[in-house]
Design a protein around this ligand. Structure first.
Ligand code: DX5
Ligand code: ZN
Length: 224
């Protein structure tokens, strides 16, 4: 996979035509399918579960599926999403009673783990966990809804996460989620992100390829 990964959030897709929407966005040049799971408990919204993930696999989707769990409790869904064909599974540490156990459960299920940091979640959650992670997902909005405004405090946070990863010497991706669009993707990359979730910026436009190409053009100019 290339240096920069574009992961459209299907939260903003037309759910009545989900298979076609995923095919369309992958054909338009996306790398990864970002799959937002909300439980009306950890976040005040309700979306999709493992059956929908499996349905996408059965439909023929072969791209990595990036499951973002906004659920509490976490552990019971890990196995179910692994069986449903998830590639990456991330969760919010505040939603798990035993963060290390949840990370290990993701690894044992054959998936790659990520930890999600909300806007107010401190970086110390990366102490004792970072070495096991495939990615750190930095939320640039409060979780629960698409179409929100990117929070400017995120830039500093991305730089902090980047520093920690550099110190660890590991190759761990930094994913950014919330309010990412053509206008800010370059600054977000310069602050350290290399995996970009975008929901409304892509699915609310008629031409997905045009948006993704514009994002790639911005990313080509990143000074790092
Ligand atoms: C928010 C979700 C995001 C959301 C992003 O809780 O985790 O993935 O769909 O949507 P946009 O790109 O519209 O902010
Ligand atoms: Zn998400």
């Amino acid at each position: 996979m290339s240096e920069f990964v574009i992961a459209p959030s299907i939260l903003a897709a037309d759910f009545a035509r989900l298979g076609e929407e995923v095919d369309a966005v992958l054909n338009a040049g996306a790398d990864v399918v970002h799959f937002d799971v909300m439980d009306n408990h950890y976040v005040p919204n309700l979306t999709i579960g493992p059956m929908v993930c499996k349905a996408l696999r059965d439909y023929g989707v072969t791209a990595p599926i990036d499951v973002h769990l906004m659920v509490q409790p976490v552990d019971a869904l890990i196995e179910k999403f692994a069986e449903a064909g998830a590639t990456y599974i991330s969760f919010h540490p505040e939603a798990s009673a035993h963060v290390d156990r949840s990370i290990q459960a993701i690894i044992d299920a054959g998936c790659k783990p990520g930890l999600v940091l909300n806007p107010a979640t401190p970086l110390h959650y990366l102490d004792y966990t970072l070495d096991k992670l495939h990615h750190v997902l930095v939320m640039s909005v409060n979780p629960g809804f698409g179409g929100q405004e990117f929070l400017a405090s995120t830039y500093d946070k991305l730089r902090g996460v980047k520093r920690r990863i550099q110190q660890s010497g590991k190759n761990i991706r930094i994913e950014i989620d919330g309010g990412v669009k053509v206008d800010n993707i370059r600054a977000v990359a310069e602050a350290g992100a290399d995996m970009f979730v975008a929901g409304s910026a892509i699915f609310n436009e008629p031409d997905y390829a045009a948006v993704i190409n514009s994002m790639r053009r911005e990313l080509e100019q990143v000074a790092r």
